[in-house]
Ligand binder design. Structure first.
Ligand SMILES: NC(=O)c1ccc[n+]([C@@H]2O[C@H](COP(=O)([O-])OP(=O)(O)OC[C@H]3O[C@@H](n4cnc5c(N)ncnc54)[C@H](O)[C@@H]3O)[C@@H](O)[C@H]2O)c1
Length: 390
């Protein structure tokens, strides 16, 4: 690939794209948004006004953008039920894809996407953007350098996470509809804490999942608003992660090892894993030291996706291919689906999921095909009914 700017087709121009990605693209050299696809006329009009994209390069249907070509990659940030069709079309057309989480709604869809990418040799990268936040990147690097010996336990929690339009009786967000989102906070935000916990523990895959989900505060829709997961690796290292939706943003990110612990420090409150941190602390015995205070550019949020996008662009340019791939996206999704299965049945789930499992085939929508106990959270809260207007 030449050094000409990489031409990006932005598919989905909502919250993630406008508030988080556009500033990140603007802060990067060598990338240029040249086309946008979104069914919302307002989003397309905004793309013309604010990004200077010509009207003929603003599409209502992402498949039109893919067919028109003239892009070196697409960046997909649309509701989850649309990912499979968009990714398969782009992969069939040989257009490299940077995809937001989750890769898809279930593993059958994930396999279709991977099959299309393999047929055409098209790179697909997952935007595991939190991994490039300075705090999480530093913890992961220090673990790799042996700063805490062998990592044994990670605790990553995101409590009271704000998400657009998930509160109140009349909330209409697609995030609250299992037919559109594939589940609630677990498939939406949980993927971040799962890949962070895996990175904190040195990268080994999770092999066993035990989970609890609940619906505590959210009133609209048919999905969970709380999840707690116990994630085990084959070596015995494990992670505990908890998530709830709400209006705040608290939490923590810590990893313990045989010779110490590392934690992300937020001096200014708002300490969920997605917030700007001020330092990383290394604890050994009763001593704690702050390592390299982190410098942040809090506004605009150009750091939010900058590292993740830069990593995918480096892959396209052939300068670095260590970023997260479609297989990593599939692995994260499999952990999420195993957690839904465990929470619904009350039993731990050993990975991999069988292709014959209704959850493999249909995601959360397949849970009702299992032999669920009478007190299953799915039945108690009438979750995952699957109607688009739930
Ligand atoms: N990685 C992160 O930090 C992060 C943060 C927020 C959202 N996300 C992800 O980004 C994606 C979008 O979330 P959001 O918060 O921006 O949602 P949103 O509802 O704010 O925006 C979604 C946009 O997609 C458009 N859309 C709907 N169907 C479409 C289709 N078929 N083709 C093209 N566009 C379509 C909508 O009109 C809307 O503009 C999701 O996958 C979500 O999980 C990731």
């Amino acid at each position: 690939m030449s050094n000409a700017p990489i031409r990006v087709g932005l598919i989905g121009a909502g919250f993630a794209a406008w508030d988080l990605k556009v500033p990140s693209y603007a802060a990067l050299d060598g990338v240029e948004i040249v086309a946008v696809a979104d069914p919302s006329p307002d989003a397309r009009e905004r793309a013309q006004r604010e990004l200077g994209i010509p009207a003929e390069r603003c599409y209502a249907d992402p498949l039109e953008l893919v067919a028109a070509g003239g892009v070196d990659m697409v960046d997909v940030s649309t509701p989850h039920h649309t990912h499979c069709e968009i990714l398969v079309a782009a992969a069939d057309a040989g257009i490299p894809i940077a995809c937001d989480k989750p890769l898809a709604m279930n593993l059958r869809e994930a396999d279709l996407i991977i099959g299309a990418a393999e047929r055409t040799g098209t790179p697909i990268g997952m935007l595991q953007n939190f991994r490039w936040f300075p705090s999480h990147a530093r913890v992961t690097e220090l673990v790799g350098e042996g700063a805490i010996g062998t990592p044994t336990f990670a605790s990553v929690n995101a409590i009271g996470v704000f998400a657009p339009d998930v509160g109140g009786e009349n909330a209409t967000s697609w995030r609250l509809r299992s037919a559109l989102a594939g589940g609630g906070i677990l498939i939406d935000y949980g993927i971040h804490v799962i890949y962070l916990a895996r990175a904190y523990l040195g990268g080994a895959p999770f092999t066993k999942v035990t989970a609890h989900i609940d619906r505590m505060v959210v009133r609209a829709g048919d999905v969970e608003d709380h999840a707690t997961l116990l994630l085990e690796t084959a070596s015995g290292a494990y992670a505990s992660v908890s998530l709830t939706w709400g209006g705040g943003s608290t939490g923590n990110a810590t990893v313990f090892g045989t010779e110490g612990a590392l934690k992300v420090v937020h001096e200014g409150g708002l300490n969920a894993p997605h917030n700007a941190a001020s330092a990383v602390a290394l604890t050994q015995g009763r001593m704690e030291q702050r390592l390299d205070p982190l410098t942040w550019e809090v506004l605009p949020l150009d750091w939010y996706y900058r590292g993740a996008i830069a990593s995918f662009v480096a892959r396209l340019r052939g300068t670095d291919d260590t970023g997260p791939t479609v297989d990593d996206g599939r692995a994260d999704l499999e952990v999420v689906l195993a957690a839904y299965r465990s929470a619904a049945t009350g039993e731990p789930v050993t990975l991999p999921l069988s292709a014959a499992d209704p959850v493999y085939q249909h995601g959360a929508a397949g849970l009702r095909a299992l032999d669920l106990p009478e007190d299953s959270v799915v039945l108690r809260h009438d979750l995952f009914r699957g109607e688009a207007d739930a």
